[in-house]
Structures are given as structure tokens and as C-alpha cells.
Design a protein around this ligand. Structure first.
Ligand code: KG4
Ligand code: ZN
Length: 336
């Protein structure tokens, strides 16, 4: 089966072709980072307009490169939420138009399911498993008993882990999104210099909180001499990353223990973080749990993961109609 995937939930316009015989045949991305950088975060209206400009040329390019006509496809999978409504609607209307015009089955994919199943693009999934979903908008622990059978174990009470990275980076004057910059700079930072708080460390629940970290980082940064020295910035980056990675790891392995699963996975943009990947790999070994890190290109938003998740649904007989709606927020629910 050849599935066209479309992802426009936030600030990346992405289209992909998943071929069930060959894997990901193409994963195209048009990033809007430069557009939003000047505002220090994503401006929803600008994101929608950029998707409108970029999406159809990307679809055309993909089909031409693979010498396909829309009717040669076997289905269209599109992210229909959660995300920015205007941005989602651009992808959803386009997917509906293509599916309708070429008489193809259409399926809506929950963005979080896309992130979870991105792991299957790298290596065969070992299920049941606990997934730590960490992105700019989400920090959740999901128990996947099977593909399509999900249970939410816990989530953040306030900011998402990616937001904590991005807001800390902003305080340090780093570009948006700050996560990758903190990741890079933390490597040369001193782990002992800034011990930032680990919020809710003693809370027995599977919850996270990152809003306090932002305040702690602000106080640390305000006390530093101006202009900020490169080593000071690197040391703060290391302190921020270690604090975030610590609490994420603590909850992930707590969740694995409580559910008795044999595998853990990372998903979402923050799963690209070098410190997090290394820490989870080390702990998984110690706890004798299976862990393979997802390929970095499939951590941040991409349509390959949406096409793959759509293929899983289509082969299980799921279809959506042209009345498929988009939604800004909704927990991931099971479909099997
Ligand atoms: O999954 P994603 O592309 O979009 C959302 O669904 O939110 O995640 C974007 C988030 C941003 O907050 C970005 O700073 C963070 O992922 N991120 C990272 C890294 N790469 C991306 N955070 C830490 N280290 C990274 N290497
Ligand atoms: Zn995402």
C-alpha cells in the first residue's frame, strides 16, 4: 500500500509517502523556523498562511518525484489534531480534496499516535511498552498495549518539556526553537555549576511540572554578568538539560515499573535530545528493559510518522468520512 501523509499541526509543513513494501519512500519538510524566530515562538495565523503557500507544491513535488498520480495511491492520512486549528485545517482540507478527487480512503491521525509510531520507522516495536512523549506541546506517559490500544498514565501539570527547553533558551538569548541549541551547548557545560530544581521529585504520581524551572533559570541568568559569556551560557544549558532529563527519566522508569512492561520508548521533538537519549539508554540497560532511540528526523514533526500511523489504521479497516473534523486538544484514544 502507498499512503500519502500530511502533517500541518504546528509550524512544519510536511508530506510523506509510506510504502508498506519499502518503508518511508519520501519525507519532505518545509520548516517555518525563520518565519517565527523573530517573534520568539509560533504565531498561529502566520503558520496557517505559510502552510497554505507550501503544502500543495510539496504534494506535487512528492508525486512527481515518484511518478505517481493521486489515484495511484492507496490512501491519505492526515493529522487532524491536536494542534493549531487554522494550521490543522489547511492539511485536513487538502487531504479531503485529494481523497475525494482521486476516490481514496481518508484517515485522520492523532498527532501523538504519529509520534509514538515514529519509533516503528526505525526498528520493530516491542509492545507493550511505555512511551514518554515529549515535545513543544506535550509531556505525557502513554502505555501502548498494542498498536491502536493506548492508555494515558500521566502528563505535565503545566508546561511541556519542549516549552521548558525553549523558554530557558529564550532567557539565554538563543534562537527559537531553543531545544536543539541547549542540547548542543550543554555538551560543553559544567554539570556541577548550576543545580536547578527537580519539581515534584517526591510526588508519588506520574506527573511533571516545568513552570518553576523557568523561574529558577530566570533568576540564575539575571545574576550573570553581561554580555553573557559563552561558558556561562553553556553551564546554564547543562543545568537546564540535566534537570529536565532527570525528571523525565525518573517518571518514565517509574511508569515502566508500575505497569511491568518490558520496553520503553521516547517520542516527540525532545526525544532528539542527546542527554535524554543517553540517560534513557543507560537506565534501560540497568533495568533490563528494551530501548531503541527513534531516528532524529522522525522525532520532530514529520509526515512519515502520520503516513505510517494512517497505514496501520487503514489496514485494520478504519476509514474516515469527508466530515472528519479537526480538534485543538483531545487525549489520544484507542481505535482498536
Ligand atoms: O514534536 P515537535 O517537533 O513539535 C511539537 O509537536 O511540539 O517538538 C518540538 C519541540 C521544541 O520545543 C524543540 O525545542 C524541541 O522539540 N526539541 C528539542 C531538541 N530538538 C527539538 N529539545 C531538546 N533537545 C533537542 N535536540
Ligand atoms: Zn509534534
Amino acid at each position: 500500500m502507498k499512503i500519502l501523509g500530511i502533517e500541518t499541526s504546528c509550524d512544519d509543513t510536511s508530506v510523506a509517502l509510506y510504502d508498506s513494501d519499502r518503508g518511508v519512500a519520501e519525507n519532505l519538510l518545509s520548516s517555518q523556523v525563520d518565519l517565527h524566530d523573530q517573534f520568539g515562538g509560533v504565531v498561529p495565523e502566520l503558520a496557517s498562511r505559510a502552510h497554505l503557500v507550501n503544502l500543495l507544491p510539496l504534494v506535487d513535488h512528492l508525486l512527481q518525484r515518484h511518478e505517481l498520480r493521486p489515484r495511484d495511491l492507496d490512501g491519505v492520512a492526515v493529522t487532524n489534531g491536536p494542534g493549531l486549528i487554522g494550521a490543522l485545517l489547511v492539511g485536513l482540507s487538502t487531504a479531503k480534496a485529494i481523497a475525494h478527487a482521486a476516490d481514496l480512503p481518508l484517515v485522520g491521525v492523532h498527532h501523538i499516535e504519529g509520534h509514538l509510531l515514529a519509533n516503528a520507522l526505525t526498528a520493530e516495536l516491542v509492545l507493550p511498552a511505555v512511551f514518554l512523549v515529549v515535545s513543544g506541546g506535550h509531556t505525557e506517559l502513554i502505555l501502548a498495549r498494542d498498536v491502536g490500544v493506548y492508555e494515558r498514565l500521566g502528563a505535565t501539570l503545566d508546561d511541556a518539556a519542549g516549552e521548558a527547553f525553549d523558554k530557558s533558551a529564550k532567557l539565554l538569548g538563543l534562537p527559537y526553537p531553543g531545544g536543539p541549541h541547549i542540547d548542543r551547548l550543554a555538551a560543553s557545560g559544567d554539570p556541577e555549576r548550576f543545580q536547578l530544581p527537580r519539581p515534584l521529585a517526591r510526588d508519588p504520581r506520574l506527573v511533571f511540572s516545568f513552570s518553576g524551572l523557568k523561574t529558577a533559570v530566570r533568576l540564575v541568568v539575571e545574576a550573570l554578568p553581561r554580555p553573557l559569556a559563552d561558558q556561562d551560557v553553556a553551564d546554564v544549558c547543562r543545568g537546564v538539560q540535566d534537570a529536565i532529563v532527570d525528571v523525565l527519566c525518573q517518571r518514565l522508569f517509574q511508569a515502566a515499573k508500575e505497569t511491568g512492561v518490558g520496553a520503553v520508548y521516547l517520542a516527540g521533538g525532545v526525544a532528539a535530545n542527546g542527554g535524554l537519549r543517553a540517560a534513557v539508554a543507560k537506565l534501560a540497560k540497568r533495568h533490563r528493559l528494551h530501548f531503541t532511540p527513534p531516528e532524529r528526523v522522525y522525532c520532530t514533526d514529520n509526515a512519515a510518522m502520520i503516513a505510517y500511523a494512517g497505514w496501520q489504521q487503514l489496514r485494520a479497516g478504519r476509514r474516515d468520512g469527508l466530515d472528519l473534523d479537526s480538534f485543538a486538544r483531545a487525549p489520544l484514544s484507542s481505535w482498536r
